[in-house]
Design a protein around this ligand. Structure first.
Ligand code: TPP
Length: 687
């Protein structure tokens, strides 16, 4: 079919191309969210073509401005932009693969298997998708981490004459983003930190799924954000490019707070029967309405996926040219910088490549055998400090619990407003925003750690799950990991949390059993960097095992290893983790003394053990030895796969209680004697 020429300004033509691509893709998929792309096309057009410092042919340029589509349901908006801007697909090193990140065919296959145009934007599926969004509130909260990272990089890497390591972060958000608690935590943190490199554009369209926002949302957003320390500016009409441009200038000129641009828009703009209704939010418009809508745009009603050639050229002349010039000029200056500051340049490159500096584990401590031992949170603090000494971009903090989580980096300053080189983060009592910000920091190549009590992972799990989906190497330092925390009682004593975290695909959950296992756990996690890792640590002291008598802690890297063994085939295998490993060892000693051939296995990390080859797994847990006892001060859920049908579990079946730790272990029957008894019961049943 010949395509009629459309008599519109190039701006309008570009905006309508974004709109109609989104409409057609949703219509073809018979599912998706057309209304917000239709409304926000002018905002994104202006932001991308006039403002963003982003080179479409080098989408991983480290100091590119970040664009986050926090209202991930409007994903077609992002795919349309990536397509029109000519963003190229690249390998992990950023080298062009000579094809578009998002092709027109892929847009035609919106929401279909194999297309990077997934229902919600998935980081890693195509260049230019800076983070995975969909759960409302997460994207804007990630953007705070990105802005933090930009500020830290400036403070750490910039040198006189070379102010070149920062960038701006823009996030587009909807009513849902601002209703979600995590967004509020993140906004509060960003305001406190005065992140003036952060701009949120709020799509104030008064519509959510159930109808008008007035059903559930009556706060004065502008006043709230002003109270949070943000600069707030209003654009009355999303179609007013001049006003949008002025708002962007407000952001650019503001150097002491983040900026919120409130944009009044009409969801489903242009649709004669669905505009300004929730009918335009989450369903295809329908064929007839698509035709009518296109007519209202002055668009040929029967042509689908139309991209006028001049629109591509226009983006090429806008973001394409501006981005290329900025990037190549930056690279030129970077060569000079590298010449002047070779050590910093080396750091920058290693960090960008996701690597570690030479000798990163040189200061790693080892720990002498000690009956009394140390709490694993204490050892973890020492290990973290030893690593942070060598890895400048290993940084983080806690949700107001550093004295308990031992996450403070000695000799380092706080990351605070105007003092952005600090490596100790005071996230405040905002676990969820902490975890979401850490995702943004990790997406910006820092190696962040986030500390809190293990039980409060309940408050940050959605962000932890997204870290796993995106395979971000965030380290969670989770202390006070069981009834072992004692008197604080059941609200603070995790019981089901190990199981809950182990259920997240791609999350490494490590519960080291003594000081040397802590060191090995950190070594493994830092080196692998394949995804998030939860360090599950005790409040109470646990013995440091004698590694002359027992196997080396290096086995932690394989997830499980034989710690102590008998001669010949064992009759029973005892398996322990974390603070209960010492109990398993005690039971092993007792059984051995009684002439029972026992083996004790340390199994600090299921996920790593499950990755080992079958021969190794069989060596550690031979199929023919079905007499097995697991001890862990948590619920049994999931241990069945190692226990088998005859195995017995020593752990928790209920919430804990408030009492001194010793009494609790006796009360809940998590003792050496109980393990010995359970082992004997199995052996008696077998004979
Ligand atoms: C955490 C979370 N809860 C619920 C949803 C389901 N959901 C998707 S969009 C939406 C609300 C849509 O309203 P708004 O945020 O104003 O977006 P708009 O209608 O303007 O596109 C909801 C509840 C979600 N994606 N994330």
């Amino acid at each position: 079919m010949s395509v009629p020429s459309i008599d519109q300004s190039i701006e309008q033509l570009s905006i309508n191309t974004i709109r109609t691509l989104s409409i057609d893709a949703v219509q073809a998929a018979r599912s998706g969210h057309p209304g917000t792309p239709m409304a926000l096309a002018p905002v994104c057009y202006l932001l991308w073509n006039d403002v963003l410092q982003f080179d479409p042919v080098a989408p991983l340029w480290p100091v590119r401005d970040r664009f986050v589509l926090s209202c991930g349901h409007a994903s077609m908006l992002l795919y349309s932009l990536l397509h029109l801007a000519g963003v190229e697909e690249v390998d992990k090193q950023g080298n062009s693969l000579g094809k578009p990140a998002i092709s027109l065919d892929q847009i035609r296959n919106f929401r279909q298997l194999g297309s990077p145009c997934a229902g919600h934007p998935e980081h890693g599926d195509a260049a230019g998708i800076e983070t995975t969004t969909g759960p409302l509130g997460q994207g804007i909260s990630n953007s705070v981490g990105m802005a933090i990272a930009a500020r830290w990089c400036e403070a750490h890497f910039d040198r006189s004459g070379y102010e070149m390591f920062g960038y701006n972060t823009y996030a587009l958000c909807s009513d849902g983003d601002l209703m979600e608690g995590v967004g509020a935590e993140a906004a509060s943190l960003a305001g406190h930190l005065k992140l003036s490199n952060l701009c949120w554009v709020y799509d104030d369209n008064h519509i959510t799924i159930e109808g008008e926002t007035s059903l559930a949302f009556s706060e004065d957003v502008a006043t709230r954000f002003e109270g949070l320390g943000w600069r707030v500016t209003l654009v009355e009409d999303a179609n007013d490019l001049g006003a949008l441009s002025r708002a962007m200038k407000v952001f650019a000129d503001n150097d002491d707070s983040p900026t919120l641009i409130i944009v009044r828009s009409i969801i489903g703009f242009g649709s004669p029967n669905k505009a300004n209704t929730h009918g335009a939010h989450g369903a295809a418009l329908g064929e007839e309405e698509v035709r009518l809508t296109k007519e209202s745009y002055g668009w040929p009603p029967d042509v689908q996926f139309l991209v006028p050639g001049e629109v591509r050229s226009h983006f090429q002349e806008g973001i394409g040219t501006r981005g290329l010039e900025a990037r190549t000029a930056w690279e030129q200056r970077y060569l000079e910088y590298a010449d002047q500051h070779p050590e910093l340049a080396q750091q920058w490159q290693t960090m960008q490549a996701g690597g570690l500096p030479a000798g990163w584990d040189a200061a790693m401590p080892t720990f002498e055998a000690d009956e009394k031992g140390l709490a694993s949170r204490v050892t973890a603090g020492k290990v973290l400090n030893a690593l942070a000494e060598q890895v400048p971009w290993l940084l983080g903090g806690s949700a107001d619990l550093a004295p308990s989580t031992m996450t403070f980096l000695e000799g380092e300053t706080a990351f605070s407003a105007g003092s952005y080189g600090g490596r100790n983060f005071h996230f405040g009592i905002r676990e969820h925003a902490m975890a979401a910000a850490c995702n943004g920091m990790a997406l910006s190549k820092l190696r962040p750690f986030a500390g809190t009590f293990f039980v409060f992972t309940d408050y940050m799990r959605p962000s932890m799950r997204l870290a796993a989906i995106m395979q971000l190497p965030v380290i969670y330092v989770l202390t006070h990991d069981s009834i072992g925390l004692g008197e604080d009682g059941p609200t603070h004593q995790p019981v089901e949390h190990l199981s809950a975290l182990r259920a997240i695909p791609g999350m490494l959950v490590l519960r080291p059993g003594d000081a040397n296992e802590v060191a090995e756990a950190y070594r493994t996690v830092l080196e692998s960097a394949q995804g998030p890792a939860a360090m599950v640590l005790s409040r109470q002291a646990i013995p440091t095992l004698d590694r002359v008598k027992y196997a080396a802690a290096r086995g932690v890297s394989r997830g499980a290893y034989i710690l102590g063994d008998c001669a010949g085939k064992p009759e029973v295998i005892l398996i322990g983790t974390g603070s209960e490993l010492a109990l398993a060892v005690g039971a092993f000693e007792k059984l051995t003394a009684e002439g029972i051939r026992a083996r004790v296995v340390s199994l600090p990390c299921w996920e790593l053990f499950d990755l080992q080859d079958a021969a190794y797994r069989e060596e550690v847990l031979p199929t023919e030895v079905q007499a097995r006892v697991v001890v862990e001060a948590a619920i049994k859920h999931g241990w069945e796969k190692y226990l088998g049908p005859q195995g017995r579990f020593v752990g928790m079946k209920s919430f804990g209680a408030s009492a001194p730790v010793r009494m609790l272990y006796d009360h809940f029957g998590i003792t050496v004697d109980r393990i010995v008894t359970e082992a004997k019961v199995i052996l008696a049943n077998e004979s």
